[in-house]
Write a protein that binds this ligand. Sequence first.
Ligand SMILES: Nc1ncnc2c1ncn2[C@@H]1O[C@H](COP(=O)(O)OP(=O)(O)OP(=O)(O)O)[C@@H](O)[C@H]1O
Ligand SMILES: [Mg+2]
Length: 320
Amino acid sequence: MPQLEFRQVERRFPVKRDLGDVLARRGRVWLHAVRGVDLAVRRGEILGIVGESGCGKSTLARIGVGLQPADGGAVLFDGRPLDGPDRAGRLQMVFQDPYSSLNPRMTIGAQLAEVVAHYQPQLSRAARGARVQEILAEVGLVPETALKFPHALSGGQRQRVSIARALCPGPEILVADEPVSALDASVQAQIINLLKRLNRDKGLTIVFISHDMNVVRYLCDRVAVMYLGEIVELQDSAALFAAAAHPYTRALIAAVPDVRRSQPMAEPISGEIPDPFAVLPGCRFAPRCPLAEAACQAPQPMRVLGQDGLVRCWKAVPAA
Ligand SMILES: Nc1ncnc2c1ncn2[C@@H]1O[C@H](COP(=O)(O)OP(=O)(O)OP(=O)(O)O)[C@@H](O)[C@H]1O
Ligand SMILES: [Mg+2]
């Protein structure tokens, strides 16, 4: 059984938009941020979710930890429906901006102790303090960090603290939404290695959201690629980077600057900028796809790819 499972998860947002046409009844249209996502997160893996800005990664992440409801489909945690944040804190999230989860007016030690106390009220004050120190050590911070305020820390240290905060309840799954995107490259590597260690040493399942293909390649066991609210490819990381099947995934990989090249290898994607409002019955990437043909206008179901992959492209997997 998957540890966390998305089943046909949907999320739409009502947005005001001046379309200037009859579609915009009272200026309100629906933006379909997540559409029919099926995804099974396996216990102990690091699953990457990649895709361009606005493709629905954060929305899916928030739904996955119960911070936001889906308006269609279901999320199952250990086989049971998740209807809000898990009371025992078994699902935790880390955000791009560590400030968002830290209180600027409390010392690091006090705010971590507060979280520990919430989930383990039976602990004595001394035991709580010891637990905080244990967690600080786990994320590579010195004991004195407990006495500091968030503003006194570097960006990397603050992100370590927000990971520490997420570890306080003793989670089983960590969903990290662009946790290193705001950090310098050298600091990024340290945080990535910290996540890798937490996964290896504690068996912590990690869902890692990023638009940095290099980081995903280094860190993740499997990778899901999203395009305009849909998953278009899911593969073992090694297989994906060796032979991406979906033209969109190939474009994402081709756009990665290589240390041996100063310029990206190819013009990554042609065609129009994706329009999240566009209603397309078939492949949503088709308007930008170099391989698109008439048949791509038919609905594209996920097709089985190799041993353990899925791809939403009829050209990638020829009909049996
Ligand atoms: N509360 C909201 N109200 C209206 N639209 C929203 C809301 N939240 C997200 N959206 C829209 O839903 C789409 C998906 O947003 P989301 O933040 O999930 O994308 P993302 O993949 O995380 O992007 P990024 O890489 O920029 O973080 C976007 O078009 C966004 O504008
Ligand atoms: Mg996001």
